[in-house]
Design a protein around this ligand. Structure first.
Ligand code: AMP
Ligand code: ZN
Length: 466
């Protein structure tokens, strides 16, 4: 499998540091508001990438943080007369709801910055001891020029950066040794949450959070670090400077960045006010449609949001679900795949290979989805009532499996009505009374398969949906 590495600006063969295992860190959102669909792009893309790694047999340790202390959170808290942590808790919970709606799997760990402050103080101390950081009036800065490889990710040259920043220096607003230096720790202002460190009571800078959380949960060296392309500079460049100076080792082997989701050809962002919340979309569409829309473009291509594209995503997804429903309704001829069906099976396998080749080529989900469409076409034209039950199942399971790798649920589970559930429970109670335990157990299993959990209590049988 090849992936495009921002570090080398080339597609490279993916070779994890430890065979069979992948460690991956994805920068998560700052939680001061509901997430917009631009924030959803990296969540969907990298969740799908993780699923594909798992499909290929890798064990993936996937870490994604929540930035739960930040100027914007504090501002929001002050506006609402609440504690910053209350705002953060609320939006972490809301973000998790949106992730669930989009079928984004929970990370192996979702660390929160405010729970990792000691680790940050430790790493900053190491940087001080090694001469990569200095303190001025309670603020700690990273000494950027000390890290000789600074700029290697964003391919920026220090002198160009310096001239870009010259004007700031004229203002004399700060006390840094060099304009390129960035904050690792800053003292508190009034009404701000704080932690006490050897330098001042205050809080960490944003970049140090990810260096520390990724080291704690994944180790000093990781396979993949990912996020939106706006994070390349300065966030990821600074993470490299911090981690590599502190640990004395290469930090991440591969850096993956998704392009922007735009609206009217401008980046969707909170600050521009041109955003649509995932919640807004959820009111109009099943969030599976949003997921399908996102994966319809290559992750490194900019996308432009429009209602027309959402409608065509909706139709595209329906083409797949309709084909699966049709395959489910076919009775077919009981038996194994027949000789006259061998070609259909071979064509199915060839499309699986085509799908895998697309995803192996820098995770080209757009071409992967085209392969699923070809499978749907094959199913619609070549699988019917005369087909063997084995072939029907083979084609159907293949479509479901390949869609599932992209987090797309294409098999509509029949929802039982409350009255149907209650009738089955009554039938089970009657069966038990008649000592027909086999039937009673069969009913319980049938309900469980449809997501209904029964509980036998003293007061009778209660039930709930999974
Ligand atoms: P933030 O909360 O702004 O730090 O963003 C969380 C994640 O969403 C980061 O990986 C960003 O790069 C990403 N992101 C924010 N806006 C967009 C956008 N319009 N398109 C794609 N990714 C975005
Ligand atoms: Zn980060």
């Amino acid at each position: 499998m090849k992936i495009f590495n921002t570090l080398s600006r080339r597609k490279e063969e993916f070779v994890p540091r430890i065979p069979g295992k992948v460690s991956m860190y994805v920068c998560g959102p700052t939680v001061y508001n509901l997430i917009h669909i631009g924030n959803a792009r990296p969540m969907i893309v990298f969740d799908s990438f993780r699923r594909y790694l798992e499909y290929k047999g890798y064990e993936v340790n996937y870490v994604s943080n929540f930035t739960d202390v930040d100027d914007k959170i504090i501002k929001r808290a002050n506006e609402e007369g609440k504690e910053a942590i209350e705002i953060a808790e609320k939006y972490i919970a809301e973000c998790k709801k949106d992730m669930e709606g989009m079928n984004v799997k929970p990370a192996t760990v979702h660390p929160r910055a405010t729970q990792e402050i000691n680790g940050m103080i430790d790493m900053i101390s190491t940087l001080m001891n090694k001469g990569f950081a200095y303190e001025k009036n309670g603020t700690v800065y990273y000494r950027t020029r000390q890290f000789k490889e600074y700029g290697k990710l964003s391919h920026k040259n220090l002198d160009d950066l310096q001239s870009g920043l010259r004007e700031l220096k004229v203002s004399g607003a700060d006390e840094k040794e060099d304009n390129l230096d960035f904050v690792l720790w800053k003292p508190k202002k009034d009404n701000e949450p704080y932690w006490c460190s050897p330098w001042s009571c205050g809080r960490p800078g944003w970049h140090i959070e990810c260096s520390v959380m990724s080291r704690k949960y994944l180790g000093e060296q990781i396979d993949i670090h990912a996020g939106g392309e706006d994070l390349v500079f300065p966030h990821h460049e600074n993470e490299i400077a911090q981690s590599e100076a502190a640990n004395g080792k290469e930090f991440a082997k591969y850096w993956m960045h998704n392009a922007f989701l735009n609206i009217d050809n401008k980046k969707m962002s909170k600050s521009l006010g041109n955003f649509l919340l995932v919640r807004d979309i959820a009111g109009k569409y099943d969030l599976q449609v949003l997921r399908f829309f996102m994966l319809g473009s290559h992750y490194r291509s900019p996308m432009n949001y429009s209602i027309d594209l959402m409608e065509s995503a909706k139709n595209g997804l329906e083409r797949i679900t309709t084909a699966v429903t049709k395959l489910n309704s076919l009775v077919g001829a009981e038996g194994d795949i027949r000789e006259d069906e061998a070609q259909i099976k071979a064509d199915t396998d060839a499309l699986v290979a085509k799908y895998e080749a697309a995803l192996d080529d820098d995770f080209n989900t757009a071409d992967g989805i085209s392969a699923i469409f070809e499978l749907v076409k094959l199913a619609n034209t070549s699988v019917n009532e005369e087909s063997s039950t084995a072939l029907i199942a083979y084609v159907k399971d293949t479509i479901i499996r390949l869609s599932d790798v992209l987090g797309l649920i294409v098999e509509k589970k029949e929802e039982l009505l409350d009255s149907e559930i209650e009738a089955l429970i009554q039938e089970r109670t009657d069966a038990r009374k008649a000592k027909n335990f086999a039937r009673a157990d069969a009913i319980r299993d049938e309900l469980l398969e449809k997501g209904i959990i029964l509980e036998d209590t003293r007061a009778g049988v209660t039930w709930k949906r999974k």
